[in-house]
Design a binder for this molecule. Structure first.
Ligand code: GAP
Length: 547
């Protein structure tokens, strides 16, 4: 039942986003282009405000972080050096009856979730105990020496009942299968054993959701980068890639920025920009797109200080999310079991979307992998000379810095923001049925800060309203509306998240006051026009989020 409500809520957010001009399907009049979306007039504003929040928090609030804007096209060797040409693959499998293609690990993850769903029936105490047991087992399997674990989990008699009381739960049988499958899948992914992944899909009787059959092809690797032609290049090849992450544009400019900006380690380089991935399974609206935007920051540190900075950025980034007022239990960290080729530690910041906890941002400890690779492939030194003194009183000297990366998907953050803000309120009283749709956006993120309404279209009220709008518009994004009854105008602004509505009436002409109406409480008060700037300014100030 809860699932159905979540599905409905998600569908409502999607149709709301379209109806009010936040997000449209790309090329809609030509029946759309799968997993590509356009941002409409309000979406563009909201997106810009999310970008500003990130840029201010990361760049302007840190003296040792600067921002750049690198090109989308880069030398193709960059993607060879970064490992994307050879390693940016997903293990794919096709169902021969439906002709649909799936990510093999996602099919298995869905099966694991299905088996784990039985945990819901455990007692609270056993739920906690199982959570700890699972963490312990997955931790062991992560160490890579764990091929014995599935057999161990399978043998009930080895598990001590006192220590693991959940073995008595009726559905433990299914849950145990889920745990064994998760361990086996992690081992197969780590070893890039595609044959084993196929065996697991067959052994665990995974079926295609469309054809309902298990008539599968073998699992194959599928590269996610888009390529295009660039005109002749020196090496004779004219193939270039659309960048699959913005990070490499930062790495290749590391020394340019360090030298021209006289940056001292530790320091960071940030950038916001488009990235492209030929996602095979693109779904859940703007959650997984083929063209999307990333906000990434690479923080360059001394070798050996990477763990400390990894912890620092984990906490700092979660704080950024929570400052928006999102309830604590909506966020969690998810540490990676399978590490990307460049990382020695990685965690996701996950948000509870209507379809479950999913990654919004990744924090990765990328070691010196990328800079060392670029040094090797370009033949240019990527070193930093550190003349600070170490514990022995000697300069640290030359080294290739280590890197902590924070990487957040702007579109996912946009979706999260819309979902969090969307509310359908029942305002019915004994006499009257009533409701409103509200976007409870943080005022600093709202597309419009103020809506200006003359009560009527005559008696000089529109002129007075325009006069007020003309003063406010220098500091705030304002919208003017004179059509429809005031109540209807309020509701429209509630639906797009405008925190303040001003109504200009006949009294305004006499005493220079207006009614200001607050979106969330719907309260109205009479205030002097001269005070408007300060009232609105305080509420929408970035300081509320950044301080
Ligand atoms: N430079 C590291 C990197 O790109 P990632 O985990 O692949 O790491 C970072 O991507 C973030 O980009 C993700 O947390 C997610 O928010 C966003 N992202 C990745 N693929 C996406 C896609 N296909 N559509 C929308 N957002 C995506």
């Amino acid at each position: 039942m809860a699932q159905k409500n979540n599905d409905e809520q998600f569908k409502n957010v999607i149709s709301h986003a379209k109806e009010y001009g936040f997000v449209f399907q790309s090329s809609e009049i030509y029946d759309g282009l799968s997993a590509v979306y356009d941002y409409g007039q309000l979406g563009a504003e909201l997106k810009n405000n999310i970008k500003s929040y990130w840029w201010k928090a990361m760049v302007q609030m840190h003296e040792n972080i600067v921002g750049i804007d690198s090109a989308i096209f880069m030398h193709p060797k960059i993607w060879k050096a970064s490992g994307h040409v050879d390693g940016f693959n997903d293990p794919m499998i096709d169902n021969k009856d439906s002709n649909k293609r799936y990510r093999a690990d996602q099919l298995l993850e869905n099966k694991i979730d299905e088996l784990y769903s039985e945990v819901a029936g455990f007692s609270d105490e056993n739920k906690t105990k199982f959570g700890n047991f699972k963490a312990e087992i997955l931790g062991l399997s992560d160490e890579g020496q764990a091929s014995w674990i599935p057999n161990f989990i399978d043998k009930e008699d080895i598990l001590n009942e006192a220590e693991y009381p959940f073995v008595n739960e009726a559905s433990w049988r299914f849950v145990k299968k889920g745990l064994a499958l998760e361990v086996e899948m992690n081992l197969a992914l780590k070893a890039e054993d595609l044959g084993r992944l196929k065996d697991l899909i067959v052994d665990y009787k995974v079926i295609c959701p469309i054809s309902k059959t298990s008539n599968w092809t073998d699992v194959r690797q599928f590269n996610l980068m888009f390529s295009t032609q660039f005109g002749a290049m020196a090496e004779g090849s004219d193939e270039v890639y659309l960048r699959p992450e913005t990070a490499q544009g930062i790495f290749v400019n590391f020394l340019n920025v360090q030298k021209s900006g006289r940056m001292k380690i530790p320091f960071g380089i940030a950038q916001i920009g488009k990235a492209f991935r030929n996602e095979v399974i693109a779904r859940q609206f703007i959650m997984r797109m083929r063209e999307f935007e990333q906000m990434e920051m690479q923080f360059f540190v001394r070798p050996g200080e990477d763990k400390k900075w990894f912890e620092y950025w984990k906490e700092a980034r979660l704080k950024w999310h929570k400052a928006l007022g999102t309830p604590d239990d909506k966020y969690r960290f998810h540490d990676h079991v399978k590490l990307a080729h460049y990382a020695n530690a990685a965690t996701d910041i996950e948000f509870e979307f209507p379809f479950g906890f999913k990654e919004v941002e990744g924090i990765h400890s990328r070691t010196d992998f990328d800079l060392t690779q670029h040094q090797e492939f370009s033949g240019k030194k990527m070193q930093y000379f550190d003349n600070d003194l170490n514990e022995d009183g000697k300069p640290y000297g030359n080294y290739v810095p280590y890197v902590i990366e924070t990487s957040i998907g702007l579109d996912r953050m946009f979706l999260l923001t819309m979902i969090n803000a969307f509310e359908e309120q029942d305002l019915s009283t004994d006499d009257k049925q009533d409701s409103r749709t509200l976007l409870r956006l943080h005022p600093a993120l709202a597309p419009y800060k103020v809506a200006v309404f003359p009560l009527t279209k005559k008696d000089g009220l529109p002129e007075k309203a325009r006069e007020i709008m003309d003063t406010l518009k220098f500091d705030f994004n304002c919208i003017y509306e004179e059509k429809d009854a005031i109540g209807k105008r309020y509701r429209r602004q509630d639906a797009i998240g405008t925190p303040f509505c001003l109504t200009i009436d006949h009294q305004s002409l006499e005493d220079n006051t207006v009614t200001i109406r607050h979106r969330d409480s719907m309260e109205q008060e009479r205030v002097a026009i001269a005070d408007l700037s300060s009232i609105i300014g305080k509420a929408v100030s970035w300081k509320n989020l950044l301080a």
